[in-house]
Design a protein around this ligand. Structure first.
Ligand code: UDP
Length: 367
């Protein structure tokens, strides 16, 4: 791995979990969705810990079927084994397993509307298969990647949204295959905890972004940036009044590791950044500004039903729980995070657009 931004990111995550990470000493970690955006960060962080922190390295086993994941960030080695498999089908693994990170999923609306049933299968059957494995292997900890989408289109009274909010979700709408399957995934986790004492934890990420996302992921930040580099205007869907909060990968991964390595079994935690609720028009202006306003903003209608008919109006987490219970604190502001994402993409894909040079000299904080 040579990408400068990623190297800095991985070091930052490892430093922010320096006390907790010792729990991984000599253990075996199974991750599903290891070739996806979040999975890659987990693998790179565990690999970094193996090389720089742990006395005895941990063994990493990754499962991915590459339905949306593209590749692994490192090659196989004595501590890193990969299995090509669809987790919605049962799997037998001979190794002992101490930790399970259940991160397989199809999270981008463009992809979950394309792979409608697969999205349900991975969140429900995939999660159940991993819970069965966790039960058999008597793991120390199991983390399930749910989503802030379980809140649906929250009542404004419940924004910022705490974990106790039940959600405002349609069970038949355009986002239902994703939202409802994540909700059932959570129910499965809680049920395995109650019935079989599996030490589950659940995280609900709020719009996590950063290096390693596909440029054709179609979620808003990569889609804005890839359009800029193609010479297009920035596509704001609808009025651009919907808001989101964006959490850079290093902050999110710090939160995920803190939850995984905690003893808070049966608990659910929002993970995100509560400092930057921003409308999509303001986000487009922020991106235009990063490129010294050499790009235009264009209004278009949402290209698929999940945007045109069922786009949640606001999303902002209440992070009181993870802040008080785990000392979590998001650090990376939106402009810094987007510049880091752009710099990563320029290096990773060798982007030659004249706009690439515009951001070369931008000052950013290293995190
Ligand atoms: N969006 C946009 N242009 C894009 C992609 C998304 O204006 O190119 C909007 C979309 O309508 C939504 C917001 O950005 O209001 C976040 O969309 P995304 O798919 O990133 O995440 P989600 O809707 O699942 O939170």
């Amino acid at each position: 791995m040579k990408n400068k931004i990623l190297i800095e990111d991985i070091r930052a995550i490892a430093e922010s979990i320096s006390s907790e990470s010792r729990k991984l000493n000599g253990k075996t970690v199974l991750i599903t969705g290891g070739a996806g955006f979040l999975g890659k960060y987990f693998i790179l962080t565990l690999d970094y810990l193996n090389k720089n922190v742990l006395e005895k390295p941990c063994k990493i086993i990754s499962i991915d079927n590459f339905i949306t994941g593209l590749n692994y960030p490192i090659g196989e080695n004595s501590n890193f084994k990969t299995i090509k498999h669809d987790v919605s089908k049962p799997i037998k693994i001979d190794d002992d397993i101490d930790f399970i990170i259940s991160a397989a999923g199809i999270a981008s609306p463009e992809f979950y509307r394309k792979f409608v049933i697969e999205t349900i299968d991975v969140a429900v059957l995939g999660t159940k298969n991993m819970l069965e494995l966790a039960k058999r292997k008597k793991v120390e900890s199991f983390i399930f990647f749910s989503s802030s989408e379980v809140y649906g289109d929250p009542d404004p009274q419940f924004i910022p949204t705490p974990e106790t909010y039940f959600g405002n979700v349609s069970c038949i709408g355009p986002r239902a295959n994703y939202d409802e399957s994540k909700r059932l995934g959570e129910t499965l986790c809680i049920s395995y905890r109650q019935t079989h004492k599996v030490p589950v934890k659940i995280v609900r990420p709020f719009n996590v972004y950063g290096p390693g996302m596909r440029l054709d992921d179609y979620r808003v930040i990569p889609n804005f940036i890839s359009n800029v580099f193609k010479g297009n205007s920035i596509p704001v869907y609808g009025t651009g009044n919907n808001t989101r909060t964006f959490c850079y990968a290093t902050d999110a991964l710090t939160g995920f590791f803190k939850v995984l390595l905690s003893d808070y079994n049966g608990e659910v935690f929002n993970v995100g950044n509560d400092n930057n609720e921003i409308s999509m028009l303001a986000l487009a202006k922020t991106v235009a500004d990063i490129f010294d306003n050499n790009v235009k903003i264009g209004y278009v209608s949402g290209p698929i039903d999940a945007y045109a008919e069922a786009d949640p109006k606001r999303r902002c987490p209440d992070l009181s729980k993870i802040k008080t219970m785990l000392g979590y604190k998001p650090k990376v502001d939106i402009t810094t995070g987007i510049i880091r994402f752009i710099r990563w993409a320029i290096e990773e894909f060798n982007i030659k657009s004249p706009l690439a040079s515009v951001i070369k000299d931008k000052e950013i904080e290293t995190n």
